[in-house]
Design a protein around this ligand. Sequence first.
Ligand SMILES: C[S@@+](CC[C@H](N)C(=O)[O-])C[C@H]1O[C@@H](n2cnc3c(N)ncnc32)[C@H](O)[C@@H]1O
Length: 266
Amino acid sequence: MARSRVLQASWYDYPQYYDIVFQAYTQREADFIVAACRKYCPFAARRLLEPACGTGRLIIELATRGYELSGFDLSQPGLRYLRRRLARFRLYAEIFEADMSNFRIGQPADAAYCVINTFRYLLREQSARGHLECIAASLRPGGIYILGLHLLPLGGHKEDSDCWTQRRSETEVSVTARLLRADRRRRIEDVQLCLMARSGSKELRLQHAFQLRTYTARQFRRLLDSVPSLELCDVYDFRHDIAQPFAPNNETAYSVFVLRRRHHVS
Ligand SMILES: C[S@@+](CC[C@H](N)C(=O)[O-])C[C@H]1O[C@@H](n2cnc3c(N)ncnc32)[C@H](O)[C@@H]1O
């Protein structure tokens, strides 16, 4: 097969490939969301919200499990792909275009979730705080927010490149994620993703560069403290073991925070 040229493009413009990349996490994350709702919500959670839902791998999974889902994103290709998949599986979810730093929903959700560092796309403190405030305003009192992100270990980055391959039917997608630069003062990481997708005789190669905001445990804690309508319940690590919360620290890279909307803010 002749080698295709490398496109400089956003991988979110190729949702049929993006959707495959994180599929191995979907079951475990959905199990954790269900378990966290049971453990932390003072009511039976039915209505779930996913900000920046992308191609909606978790929306499809949780709608299949009987939950009522709402999700939004800025990526039109991602949202179109999600609508097609919902129709194909005869599922329903409320899907719309919005910015996660400033949004509003009609009926409050019982729980919301945002995983795999998506929150770190908000590069400024103001937009990160705006996001958490909008989440609090979208949750029913007692409702929870499950937020998964890598915290920066104090000693620097342990891994600066990661590579993995996933398959679905005829399609194979390989991704290499590289940390190009980390500016500790501005709290910005420059990341480059190289994606190669093969399906039959078709091949696509692309490079996607983007930035993420960095957080130490202390910086994240400070941000949380600035949003009094949310309280921290517990923190988990990449194992997503609901029986094993841990104390947040700078050693644990991927952290899953369970936050709860307070009933009253003093
Ligand atoms: C890593 S993907 C996560 C997608 C999905 N939540 C998942 O778990 O597979 C990040 C998503 O964030 C979206 N995004 C980035 N900035 C956004 C913003 N300010 N508002 C809404 N969506 C945003 C991108 O379009 C992309 O779909």
